[in-house]
Structure formats: C-alpha cells, structure tokens
Design a protein around this ligand. Structure first.
Ligand code: DQA
Length: 147
C-alpha cells in the first residue's frame, strides 16, 4: 500500500476564509477528507498535516524514510524562501510533488521563484483545492508504476 505524507505550510490552516478570491472557500479539513477518500479508493493511505513552523515541517520531512513512499508539499510562502526545505526533500530522496492552490507564477514577482521546485518530481498549481487531489493522483500513478 502506498503511503503518502501530505504537508501544508504557513497560513494554510486559514483556507476557507483566507482571501477566497485567490484560494477559494474549501477548508483544509475538507481537502484532507477528500484526499483520504481518494487514497482509500486507490488502496493507498495519506497522513495530512499542517504547520506554521518551518522547523516542524523539516522534522516531519526528515522522518519520512521507512514510513512513507512519497510526499505532497504545499509549503506556502516558505516555497519562495526556504533552502532548508529543499535540502530536506533532497536529503530523504522520496518523490515529492510541489502543490499550490493558486498559480504563484502568475502573481507577485516574489512568488515566481520556488526554492523547492528543483528537489521535487512535479508541480501542480492553479487548480484551487483540486490541486491537492490532482497531485495525489499523479504521485500514486508514479508510485504504482514503480512497484
Ligand atoms: C500558496 C502560494 C504561496 O505563494 C502563498 O504564500 C501561500 C499559498 C498556494 O497554495 O497557492 O501561502 O502556496
């Protein structure tokens, strides 16, 4: 059974009320419930977590080996700043998909650069809450193809 760690970074606990014109009205809890259903339908499992703390995200990524087969990561604004997250993804060597609800490249200039993209196998952005589900489908396809 493929096991996927789904991580969301800073301010994503506010989904549902946070700038709905950009991020939509779906809450993170609703996204997590959809991912759990999708995973179960494919004989896989997800563990979904959110943190506003870079160090906690790093600790979680650092402990994935032997427990998970892949990761989805919406690093929020850390996407644009964190070399440490990039190093962590690279260090553990598990396939990681970068996820964004919005399309950061079509927004303010500071969002156009991702510090983590080079360590990820793929990116899904711009589909609102659906980005997570689409990313999970893609990652599970990739994991299934490997086993
Ligand atoms: C985001 C995009 C980031 O630029 C922003 O800082 C977020 C959310 C997204 O999902 O669209 O917090 O990662």
């Amino acid at each position: 059974m493929a096991r996927v760690l789904v991580l969301s970074g800073p301010n994503l606990q506010l989904l549902g009320t946070r700038e709905p014109a950009i991020y939509g009205r779906t809450t993170l809890a609703e996204i997590h419930a959809e991912l759990a259903e999708l995973a179960a339908a494919r004989g896989a499992a997800v563990d979904c977590r959110q943190s506003n703390h870079e160090g906690e995200l790093l600790d979680w990524i650092g402990a994935v080996r032997g427990v998970f087969d892949g990761m989805l990561l919406n690093a929020g604004a850390f996407t644009h700043t964190s070399y440490a997250l990039r190093d962590a993804i690279q260090a553990v060597g598990l396939p990681c998909v970068e996820v964004h609800l919005s399309n950061p490249e079509a927004r303010e200039p500071f969002r156009r650069r991702s510090r983590i993209a080079a360590a990820c196998v793929a990116k899904v952005a711009g589909f609102g809450a659906r980005s997570y589900a689409l990313a999970l489908e893609g990652l599970l396809d990739r994991l299934d193809a490997r086993s």
